[in-house]
Design a protein around this ligand. Sequence first.
Ligand SMILES: C[S@@+](CC[C@H](N)C(=O)[O-])C[C@H]1O[C@@H](n2cnc3c(N)ncnc32)[C@H](O)[C@@H]1O
Length: 210
Amino acid sequence: MGLQSWYDEHIVPRIIRCACGLDVMTERRKQVVPLAKGRVFEIGCGGGHNQPHYDRERVTSFAGIDPSGKLLEYARAEANAKGWSADIRQGVGEDIPFADEEFDTAVCTFTLCSVQDQSRVLSELRRILKPGGTLLFLEHGKSPDSRVQRWQERIEPVWKHLVGGCHLTRPVSSAIADSGFAVTPIDKGYTPKTPRFAGWMEWGVATKTA
Ligand SMILES: C[S@@+](CC[C@H](N)C(=O)[O-])C[C@H]1O[C@@H](n2cnc3c(N)ncnc32)[C@H](O)[C@@H]1O
């Protein structure tokens, strides 16, 4: 095993588990995740940080995928803590192992930055949603400010090797809108106590268009 693979397998999941559990992120999760209803699918469910925020009165079933074995362990532990039966599988968003139009809601938080092929993942999310189904998103990405953008471009080549393939320069809402969703923003802005190059976030509800 090369150094990068060892780092990705053993160190990155611990960094993600800690960083994604910060209070500033939890506050934003609370604005998005409780909106999920019906049959729910979460992409990049590793770490399990969203599970405490699902409303059990609204969610009839929960499924999720993540490629990281270690992060899936945390997600399964969160499912046990919640006391619900969850269908949590190892997999990637570029090839979601579920049928067409199976879900009412898809949830995607801090994951579009890390996937290999963002537009393919969005197309897969669209495929598994029922007509009129919703994609709830909370993502960091490309800043609207050109000075910050330049820093994002400079830092990204190193950053992505340190943080599990995380990109800093990907657009969020516009990429979702370009993939066959009508986007209703909840909010956007820089995250407090976070460097601006990593702190621009957009979150909202995207409805699958016909
Ligand atoms: C920054 S972490 C966010 C984890 C979690 N979604 C959250 O909100 O705390 C990025 C997640 O995306 C997952 N991931 C990376 N590549 C992926 C892919 N191609 N498909 C699905 N998930 C992926 C990682 O394993 C990791 O769990």
